[in-house]
Structures are given as C-alpha cells and as structure tokens.
Design a protein around this ligand. Structure first.
Ligand code: IMP
Ligand code: MG
Length: 188
C-alpha cells in the first residue's frame, strides 16, 4: 500500500474539548484534597495535558506526575502482566490521586496502577479515562470518570498510537485498512 492510510474521525477536537471541561467540573465537585494527577504514559499525555488545564479552570491546583506502564504481550495475547518502565517520584501517602489513562480495555493497566498507589498509602484513587471499551474487561474495575464509550475498534490519535504513529493527531480516529497485527501495537 502506498501513501498514508486514511483516518476516520470518531471523536473530533471540539467534542473532546467540551467533554474534558465537563469531566473537570465533575472532578472538582468531589473536592479532592492535596490532589496529585498521575498520568499513565505514553497514551494519556495529550488527554492529561488538556484535562490538567481544565482542572485549573475548575479552580483546582493539582500537582502532576507520570508513570510509564507497559503490558507484556506473549505473541499476540496479553499475559496480563504489567511492567513499570518509569515510576512516580512524589509521595502519594494520604493524598487524593487522579489516575489518568487513555483507554480502559481489559482493565489490567488501570487496576495495576490503582493497586500500586493504594499500597503506597493513597487516601483515594479516582480514575479517569478518555475512552472505555465496554465488554472487554478481564478485571472487574470501573473508572469514576469516563470521557466517551468507544466502539470495539483499534483507535489512534490524541496521544494514542499504532506502531508509534498517529499520536500527534488532535482527534481520535480509526485507521482504515490498518494492519491489525497486535505485535505492532505499542501497548504503553
Ligand atoms: P488495558 O487492556 O485496559 O490494560 O489497556 C491497555 C492499554 O492498551 C491502554 O492503556 C492503551 O494504551 C492500549 N490500548 C488498548 N486499546 C487501544 C486502542 O484501541 N488503541 C491504542 N491503544 C490501545
Ligand atoms: Mg496506555
């Protein structure tokens, strides 16, 4: 195939921006204390950057941290194990944490991060994801805040990639005629 594949837009820039303002208002209503945002790299970086600014507009003053997690793949199948490639540096003990990820799919990534933060003494871990794929959960977990319900398609853009491409897109879309070999997908 020659040329760049076409991307079909699922959630456009304006729709994402509007929803993020709503999420920030919902989060602010819970009156989090000593709030630490923990963004899960890499896929959540754009969502986190926009959400953090929306939290500021909602009069919150969060600190911001990053954890880089990666799901181990055994061939084409997730083994269910998650590795920490980069850990948070800040103290989480006694704090309200807002865990931010791109997609809630099997739930393993978010569950791993949440358990880690709770084990370190976080007072409360609230989870927000931009997208949730229903019916895909391997672990019984729900996010407190969800941007959008996502169809069961491999999506890219707005921070999310396939084989390291498309993270720069300002919208969420689906690659037409993508090579759906899961070995190519960066699960971080
Ligand atoms: P989990 O299955 O809930 O642990 O999600 C694992 C990770 O896989 C997510 O945080 C995403 O980074 C990635 N992921 C899952 N589905 C997609 C997708 O459709 N596009 C891009 N990345 C995805
Ligand atoms: Mg991820």
């Amino acid at each position: 195939m020659t040329g760049s594949p076409r991307i079909r837009v699922l959630f456009d820039e304006a729709t994402i921006a509007k929803r993020i303002e709503e999420l920030a208002q919902e989060i602010a209503r819970l009156k989090p204390e000593n709030l630490l945002v923990v963004a899960v790299l890499k896929g959540s970086f754009m969502f986190a950057a926009d959400l953090i600014r929306a939290l500021h507009r909602a009069s919150l003053e969060p600190q911001v941290e990053f954890v880089h997690l990666s799901s181990y793949l055994d061939g084409t199948v997730s083994t269910g194990q998650v590795a920490i490639l980069r850990d948070v540096e800040s103290e989480v003990r006694g704090r309200d944490i807002l865990l931010v990820d791109d997609i809630l799919e099997s739930g393993r990534t978010v569950t791993f991060a949440k358990d880690l933060l709770m084990a370190r003494g976080a007072k409360r871990v609230l989870t927000t994801v931009l997208l949730e794929k229903p019916g895909k959960r391997a672990v019984d977990i729900q996010a407190e805040f969800v941007g959008f319900t996502c169809p069961d398609l491999f999506v890219v853009g707005y921070g999310m990639d396939v084989a390291h491409s498309y993270r720069q897109l300002p919208f969420v879309g689906v690659v037409d005629h993508a090579n759906h070999d899961p070995d190519l997908f960066d699960r971080a």
